[in-house]
Ligand binder design. Structure first.
Ligand SMILES: *Cc1c(COP(=O)(O)O)cnc(C)c1O
Length: 402
């Protein structure tokens, strides 16, 4: 644009959909429209002096080695940071590399962490088995019970960890209230925001200090690649997370970053359509005679429905149903479905059904499953992008068979 046509700054803030298409772009000298995929492990220096200077301090557009950073990965980090209003982001090889990196980079032996008990299996492994092995003390609480958080967080608690909406029973945690309790003791709040999605819940605005995503879920949203990201202040991302991640090897590949950048472009449209489908299916299935329960934060009978209404836009893209008749009945439903695929991803364009008790949560002892509400009849449903009426007909036909 010629100089005399430049518009004055500051411009009004742009909306999410605009940011998801344009923010973070770094064009090469060729002026490509679509983001370039820099499939390179390293970068060339013009002189030995330049190499020395770059190792001393790399500038904005200067890279050294793909494990430290890469232009395509940086575009992904900048775009998702812009979406969340976070100061900075570090992209990781998977969601678990992000959870592990965020926690291990900031903790040391003797530290105390408080965590919600209802966690994704691998997150539970890190908190229960990895951190404790290195001398970090971890207290688990029922994330929906603020009194338990109050009792567990103490002077010297370094961090609290939680999943904004738990998997697969979809309990909603009050991020603002937990943040207040944690901050009163100087503890940092780390939120795994996967089930809430970057579109439907703004956990940083609610009080969280850092966010973690498995980009494998809604950010890709098409079941193609693994990825993760940690978002927070420049101080946390560059001084704490980056040194740990770049030296321990959990960085994102440039190819995956490119796929995820393209995923971000359509994420707002996809997640809103998926959430509308989840709401429609939950409402239509509520009270179905073959079901003990329909669990969905967007339904008025959900225990944290009011909190969900306050904290989120919509009830999310996942619902769970508890089929009367236990495991055998649940398996008959799964096997009878024609459009839904049996798998364990979520946030995908394809609608997916999962039987947590025998797959994702198989490892848990029966009493723990019972305490978490993971009953033998429970089926988790991740709503995809198919026509919701087709999905509803498929579910009704399958439920009619039992
Ligand atoms: C999938 C998931 C993860 C792990 O992500 P990966 O990309 O599979 O490593 C972590 N937390 C939650 C809530 C998830 O759903």
């Amino acid at each position: 644009m010629p100089d005399d046509q430049k518009r004055p700054d500051p411009r009004p803030a742009r909306a999410t959909r605009t940011k998801l298409v344009h923010d973070g772009i770094r064009r090469s000298q060729y002026g490509e429209v679509s983001e370039a995929m820099f499939l390179t492990q390293g970068f060339v220096y013009d002189t030995a002096e330049q190499a020395e200077a770059r190792f001393l301090k790399a500038g904005e557009d200067e890279f050294i080695y793909a494990r430290y950073g890469n232009p395509t990965v940086r575009m992904f980090e900048d775009r998702i940071a812009a979406l969340e209003g976070a100061e900075d982001a570090f992209a990781t090889a998977s969601g678990m590399a992000a959870v592990n990196g965020a926690l291990c980079s900031m903790l040391q032996a003797g530290d105390h962490v408080v965590s919600a008990r209802a966690l994704f299996g691998s997150c539970l492994y890190i908190l229960e088995e990895v951190l404790t092995r290195y001398g970090v003390q971890v207290t688990f609480v029922d994330g929906t019970d603020l009194d338990q958080w109050r009792a567990a967080v103490r002077a010297g608690t370094k961090a609290v960890f939680l999943e904004a909406i738990s998997n697969p029973t979809l309990e909603v945690i009050d991020i603002a209230a937990v943040s207040e309790i944690a901050h009163a003791h100087g503890a940092m709040v780390l939120v795994d925001n996967v089930f809430a999605t970057p579109i439907l819940q703004r956990s940083l605005d609610l009080g969280a200090d850092a966010l973690i995503y498995s980009a494998t879920k809604h950010i890709d949203g098409q079941g193609r690649v693994l990825g993760g990201v940690i978002l927070g202040t420049v101080e946390f991302i560059r001084k704490t997370v980056e040194p740990y991640m770049k030296h321990t090897g959990g960085s994102m590949s440039p190819f995956n970053a490119w796929v995820l950048l393209k995923g971000l472009e359509t994420m707002d449209l996809r997640v809103r359509a998926q959430a509308a489908t989840a709401q429609q299916l939950a409402a239509a299935l509520a009270g179905h005679p073959a079901l003990e329960r329909v669990i969905f934060p967007g339904l008025p009978d959900h225990p944290q429905h009011l909190l969900a209404t306050r904290q989120m836009e919509g009830g999310g893209t996942v619902l769970s149903i508890d089929v009367a008749g236990g495991r055998d009945a649940a398996f008959r439903v799964l096997n009878a479905l024609e459009i839904f695929t049996i798998s364990n991803n979520l946030g995908d364009a394809k609608s997916i059904v999962t039987h947590p008790a025998t797959t994702t949560h198989q490892r848990l002892p029966d009493e723990t499953k019972a305490a978490l509400g993971i009953t033998p009849g429970l089926i988790r449903i991740s709503c995809g992008l198919e026509d919701p009426n087709d999905l509803l007909a498929d579910l009704r036909d399958a439920l009619d068979l039992i």
